[in-house]
Design a protein around this ligand. Structure first.
Ligand SMILES: Nc1ncnc2c1ncn2[C@@H]1O[C@H](COP(=O)(O)OP(=O)(O)OP(=O)(O)O)[C@@H](O)[C@H]1O
Length: 261
């Protein structure tokens, strides 16, 4: 893993140590994944359907806790603390999640959607603090100018691409250490996709981003590092340009050249 892009400091923001996830006893969707993620980088997780990408991403913010049959083992160290032993609300604040389908809360206004994480965490804010967080979060996803005059409208009033930017703003409002994105553009048209990709490149100045994608050209366009998974295992993790031009593992090469997918 010596070629992982590490843009600012040497200390990883997130460390996965022997992380395994099983949905049923004796079978593992993610098998002993160990790796480091560095701050202010974008990491793409790639691999064929069913290889465990989403399962791994969901383990990082403890979404599997919601189901008693799912077992996660190993260590997931975020900013020095094991998230598997942290308060789950705290984990979800530190590791924000954006899904494939934009999912603003349908009964909330645009303004309330941005602040939803604070409400769920029971964090009280003054009107001034709320206004500042909403403005800053919406500006960081380039949505402020489009919605500032319709803030009390419901999130569902927006286009699909705008809704996805609202969902990113909602995650960023909590100032997470890591932003986890599960195929965030696969439900969007090319223009909205392009907007989100541009956004990610700007957001990495302040955040660390991990994005699951089936779209190899998207991985090549936006990511610093790429992880290639196969049958639950992390096969290769390295600098994206290097992986795309000189993959170290034969399976990675076969996937990238379309032998399977
Ligand atoms: N809720 C679940 N219950 C049981 N098995 C599951 C569940 N979710 C996923 N799996 C299984 O775990 C494995 C990994 O699935 P996962 O969705 O993480 O893969 P993926 O690489 O993200 O796939 P895709 O690219 O198709 O989204 C697959 O064998 C899948 O069938």
């Amino acid at each position: 893993m010596e070629n992982i892009e590490n843009t600012k400091e040497l200390k990883p923001v997130l460390q996965l140590k022997n992380v395994s996830v099983s949905y049923n006893p004796g079978t593992f969707a993610v098998k002993k994944v160990s790796t480091d993620i560095y701050p202010n980088t974008i990491t793409a997780i790639m691999g064929p359907s069913g290889c465990g990408k989403s399962t791994l991403l969901r383990a990082i913010n403890r979404m599997h806790d919601l189901y008693s049959n799912i077992k996660t083992t190993g260590e997931i160290i975020l900013k020095g603390k094991d998230i598997l032993t942290m308060d789950s609300m705290e984990v979800r604040r530190l590791a924000g999640m954006v899904f494939q389908q934009p999912n603003p809360f349908p009964t909330m206004s645009i303004y309330e959607n941005v602040l939803a994480g604070y409400k769920l965490n029971g964090i009280r804010l003054s009107k001034k603090e709320k206004d500042e967080i909403v403005e800053q979060s919406l500006k960081s996803v380039a949505l402020w100018d489009e919605v500032k005059d319709v803030m009390s409208k419901r999130g569902s009033f927006l286009s699909g691409g705008q809704q996805q930017r609202l969902c990113i703003a909602r995650a960023l409002a909590l100032k997470p250490e890591v932003l986890l994105m599960d195929e965030p553009t696969s439900a969007l048209d090319p223009i909205s996709t392009n907007k989100i990709e541009e956004l990610l490149l700007g957001l990495k100045q302040n955040f660390t981003i991990i994005v699951v994608t089936h779209n190899m050209s998207q991985a090549a366009r936006v990511s610093d590092n790429s992880m290639f998974m196969y049958l639950g295992e992390l096969i290769e993790h390295g600098n994206t340009t290097q992986m795309f031009t000189k993959p170290k593992n034969k399976r990675t090469e076969e996937y990238l050249t379309g032998v399977f997918g």
